[in-house]
Ligand binder design. Structure first.
Ligand code: HEM
Length: 521
C-alpha cells in the first residue's frame, strides 16, 4: 500500500519534470538552430508559433481536427491569412521541435523553386522515406537522387505514346461499368463506380490482369489499400507526433496488400529472362510487371513500384472523374454543350481515338477546369536536402529569399494556390468568378506559369499525366454520349472536400442519369 502511494507521488512529480525537461531540451535545440539560420542568411517567413511550442502543438492538433472534418483548405488558409504579412502574404513557418521548421506555402514562386529551380535542394527526404516506406518501400514516390531517377527511367517506357494511346482497356472496362449502372432514372453513387473502374484499369495496365473490382466490389485488397492510405495521411499530418499513432490496423492492411500483390510478382519472376525478352517485343502482352521483372529479380523492388503506381493512378483519376460529374450535374447547359461536342465528333455509338480525345476542345476544357478547382493531390510536401532558400517573401518588401535549412519541410498546397483569387484576371463576361466551375474560361485564357499545377512540374512532374487525361476524357466522353442529361440528388452545395492523399467528394456523387427519350421521375 505504502509503496503504491509512493509510486503515485513519484509519477505526479515525474510528469511536470518531464515537461520541464522537454521544454528545456527544445529551448536549447532552438537556440542552436536559430544560430544556424542566422549564419545562413537569417531571413524568416512570418513565424507565429516559433516562440510558443504549445501554440505549435495546438496547430497540429487543429490540423488533425480540420482533416477529420474535411476543413483542411479553410484551416490552412485561415492560418496563413491570420499570420502572414504584406511582405509575405502566402507563406508562414513554424518550429515546433526546436530543431526543424515547416514552411506552409501557397505561393507559385515557392512551388516553382521547390519543383524545378532548386530541384536538387529539395526532395522527399529521409523522414518521408521512413514514414512511408512500410507502404511504398523504395519506390519512385519515396526516394530521391539516383534511386528516384533509376525508378523514373524504369517506369518511363511504360508511358510511351504508343502504349497509352491503346484505349482498348478503357473501352472494355467502361462498358462493364456502364452495364452495371442501375437503369436510367435511378439514383446511385457514381463515385463508387469510378473507384472500382480505375483500380481495374490501373491493375490491368500494370499487371496485365484487372482485379475485377467492378464485378466484385468489396475485395479485401481494396479495403486494405484504402485503410492504409487513410492512416498514412494521418501519420503525415501528425508530423513529429506520428510515433504516438497506433500502427495495428496499418500493419494489418499492409500485410493484406502484400498477400495480394506478391503472387503476381512471383508469377512474373517465374518467367525465364529469354521469355521476358521475347514478350518485350510484343506491345500488347508486355506489362509493367514484365518490364520490372526484366530489370530486377528482387520481388520487393517490383512490389514497391507496382504499389506506388497503383496509388498514383487509381484514386487520382477516380476523384477527377467524380468531381467532373459532380460539377456537370449542377450545370445542365455545360453538360449539353459537352454532349453536343462529343456527338458531333463520335456520333451516337462511335468510340474515341486518342486524337479525338485531344481534339475535343470543350472536353479538354472541362477536364482542365475540374483539375483547376480540384487538383487531385491537394497538399504536398518536400524536404530541404541542403541549406537553401525559397525565392520570395523575405525582407520588408518580400523580395528577399527566405532562409531554409537542411531537413526543413515545405508543405505546399496546389489546392490553396489554384484557388487564390488574386492570381486570376478580374471577373468579366468572358471570365467567371474563379470559385465557379466554368470550362468556358479556358477559351480565352491560359494560366500563368506555375499558377496551374495539378500534375506538378519540373523533373518530378506526374509521369502518368497523358495516360490520366486520356483515361478521364475517355470515360467522360463515353458517358455523356450515352446519357442525354443527369441530375444531382441531395444538397449539391453541402458537398465537402475530403483531403486525404488524394482529394475526393466526401459525400460521394449521388446522381441519376437519363438516356435520350427517358423521362424524369
Ligand atoms: C488526374 C490524374 C492525376 C493527377 C492529378 C496526378 C498528379 C500527380 C502529382 C501532383 C504528382 C507529384 C507527386 C509528388 O511528386 O509528390 C504525381 C506523380 C506521379 N504520378 Fe500522377 N497524377 C494523376 C494520374 C496518374 C496516373 C494515372 C498515373 C499512372 C498510371 C500516375 C503516375 C504517377 C507517378 C508514377 C508519379 C511519381 C513521379 C515521380 O516522382 O517522378 N499519375 N502525379
Amino acid at each position: 500500500m505504502l509503496r503504491d502511494i509512493n509510486l503515485g507521488y513519484a509519477a505526479l512529480l515525474a510528469i511536470p519534470g518531464l515537461f520541464v525537461s522537454l521544454f528545456l531540451i527544445r529551448a536549447i535545440k532552438k537556440f542552436f538552430y536559430d544560430l544556424r539560420v542566422k549564419k545562413a542568411g537569417g531571413i524568416h517567413a512570418p513565424a507565429p508559433f516559433n516562440n510558443n511550442p504549445i501554440k505549435g502543438i495546438k496547430f497540429i492538433l487543429g490540423s488533425a481536427e480540420a482533416q477529420s472534418k474535411n476543413q483542411m483548405l479553410a484551416h490552412l488558409n485561415k492560418n496563413i491569412d491570420d499570420y502572414a504579412t504584406i511582405a509575405c502574404p502566402n507563406c508562414i513557418e513554424m518550429n515546433i521541435t526546436g530543431g526543424q521548421r515547416q514552411f506552409i506555402t501557397r505561393e507559385p514562386e515557392h512551388v516553382k523553386a521547390v519543383l524545378t529551380g532548386k530541384f536538387a535542394d529539395y526532395g522527399k527526404g529521409p523522414q518521408f522515406h521512413e514514414l512511408w516506406s512500410p507502404f511504398l518501400g523504395d519506390s519512385i514516390f519515396t526516394t530521391d537522387n539516383k534511386q528516384w531517377s533509376d525508378s523514373r527511367g524504369l517506369i518511363r517506357p511504360m508511358f510511351a505514346k504508343n502504349r497509352i494511346s491503346d484505349l482498348e482497356t478503357f473501352e472494355r472496362r467502361t462498358q462493364v461499368m456502364l452495364g452495371l449502372f442501375p437503369p436510367a432514372g435511378e439514383v446511385f453513387d457514381v463515385m463508387a463506380f469510378f473507384y472500382r473502374l480505375t483500380i481495374d484499369i490501373t491493375t490491368e495496365f500494370l499487371m496485365g490482369e484487372g482485379i475485377g473490382s467492378l464485378e466484385n466490389p468489396r475485395g479485401e485488397f481494396v479495403e486494405a489499400f484504402e485503410e492504409v492510405q487513410k492512416i498514412q495521411t494521418y501519420l503525415t499530418i501528425a508530423g513529429p507526433l506520428h510515433r504516438f499513432y497506433s500502427r495495428t490496423s496499418y500493419n494489418r492492411g499492409i500485410k493484406k496488400i502484400d498477400d495480394f500483390i506478391l503472387p503476381f510478382v512471383r508469377k512474373a519472376l517465374a518467367l525465364p529472362q529469354d521469355e521476358l525478352q521475347k514478350l518485350s517485343r510484343s506491345e500488347r502482352s508486355f506489362t509493367f510487371l514484365h518490364s520490372l521483372a526484366l530489370f530486377t529479380r528482387d520481388p520487393k523492388v517490383i512490389r514497391d513500384q507496382i504499389i506506388a503506381v497503383l496509388l498514383a493512378g487509381r484514386d487520382t483519376t477516380a476523384a477527377t472523374l467524380s468531381w467532373t460529374f459532380y460539377e456537370l450535374s449542377h450545370y445542365p447547359e455545360i453538360y449539353a454543350k459537352l454532349r453536343a461536342e462529343v456527338l458531333a465528333t463520335l456520333g451516337e455509338n462511335g468510340t474515341p481515338t486518342y486524337d479525338d480525345l485531344k481534339n475535343m476542345k470543350y472536353l479538354r476544357n472541362t477536364v482542365n477546369e475540374t483539375l483547376r478547382l480540384y487538383p487531385a493531390v491537394p497538399f504536398n510536401i518536400r524536404c530541404a536536402l541542403a541549406d537553401t532558400t525559397l525565392p520570395t517573401g523575405g525582407g520588408p518588401n518580400g523580395d528577399l529569399p527566405l532562409t531554409v535549412l537542411k531537413d526543413d519541410f515545405i508543405i505546399y498546397s496546389t489546392l490553396a494556390l489554384q484557388r487564390r483569387k488574386d492570381l486570376y484576371p478580374p471577373v468579366s463576361e468572358k471570365f467567371a468568378d474563379p470559385n465557379v466551375f466554368s470550362p468556358e474560361r479556358w477559351e480565352n485564357w491560359h494560366p500563368k506559369a506555375w499558377t496551374y499545377v495539378p500534375f506538378n512540374g519540373g523533373p518530378r512532374i506526374c509521369i502518368g499525366q497523358n495516360f490520366a487525361l486520356a483515361e478521364v476524357s475517355y470515360v467522360v466522353a463515353r458517358m455523356v454520349q450515352k446519357y442525354e442529361r443527369m441530375e444531382y440528388v441531395g444538397d449539391w452545395a453541402a458537398q465537402e472536400y475530403k483531403t486525404e492523399i488524394v482529394g475526393c467528394p466526401e459525400k460521394g456523387v449521388r446522381v441519376r442519369f437519363f438516356e435520350p427519350g427517358s423521362k424524369a421521375q
